[in-house]
Design a binder for this molecule. Structure first.
Ligand SMILES: [Zn+2]
Length: 241
């Protein structure tokens, strides 16, 4: 290709997306002379969802900027916390992020997820339709033009995924208000009203405290409660610091 040569520098947070030969500080690239900077950055493997400010020779430009010969481009990572304007903050998680979805729900964060994969086009369409931030570790999915907003999830460990998403978007936390199974709102339940849902041992031992208004699931302080409470406590402590 015989187009203009440009020079790019990427923030360290974005290095994991780049091939090894482009990691050494400034990297040069010959473009086709008509593609936008957004397209150029994406073609190097960096999802635009992860890109913050773009500077060309020190001047901020939009992703639609078409680079000219000799320009130096600085590509920054998205700022944290990231404000997503235009709708209440809510999420949509791809099929690989079920554990993260349950933890977000535990904290009261609106997190849509199904464990049957609807496929990339349907997920992207749902993100657009419901204005949800699509969370994924799949760069191909995040490149889809239809998605309303998206974010790459950097870790494959759920504890770090949760810290990543909470730190990045700083969603309002309201622990124990949302069904971890279906994302529906929890309402206060009294033991008599939900007796049919409980096994006999549960009736004697545990205090029922909530029921899902959508799927009817009943919540009580059972054997796993301490573990869930620890997740809640960690998230609240981290938010306070
Ligand atoms: Zn439910």
């Amino acid at each position: 290709m015989n187009g203009p040569e440009i020079f790019l520098t990427f923030s360290p947070e974005l290095h994991l997306f780049l091939s090894a030969d482009r990691l050494a500080g400034r990297t040069s690239l010959v473009t086709d002379g008509s593609s936008s900077l957004g397209h150029v950055v994406e073609s190097l493997g960096v999802p635009l969802t992860e890109v913050g400010r773009l500077l060309v020779d020190g001047r901020a430009v939009p992703v639609s900027h078409v680079p000219r010969a000799g320009e130096s481009v600085e590509v920054s990572a998205v700022a944290r916390p990231q404000h997503v304007p235009g709708a209440p903050l809510r999420f949509l998680l791809d099929v690989h992020l079920g554990s993260l979805a349950r933890r977000l729900r535990l904290l009261g964060v609106d997190a849509a997820y199904t464990n049957e994969d609807p496929g990339d086009p349907a997920l992207a369409a749902l993100s657009a339709q419901e204005r949800r931030v699509l969370l994924s570790r799949d760069r191909g999915l995040l490149r889809r033009r239809e998605i309303w907003a998206g974010a790459y999830v950097y870790s494959d460990r759920v504890e770090e995924q949760l810290r990543d998403v909470l730190g990045r978007f700083a969603p309002a936390l309201a622990p124990w208000t949302r069904c971890t199974a279906c994302n529906g709102p929890l309402t206060e339940a009294d033991k008599d009203a939900v007796r049919d849902h409980l096994r006999h041992g549960t009736q004697r031992t545990y205090d029922v405290f909530a029921q899902c208004a959508s799927c009817g699931r009943v919540y009580w302080r059972g054997a796993h409660h301490a573990r869930l409470q620890a997740i809640v406590d960690d998230a609240l402590r981290e938010r306070a610091t």
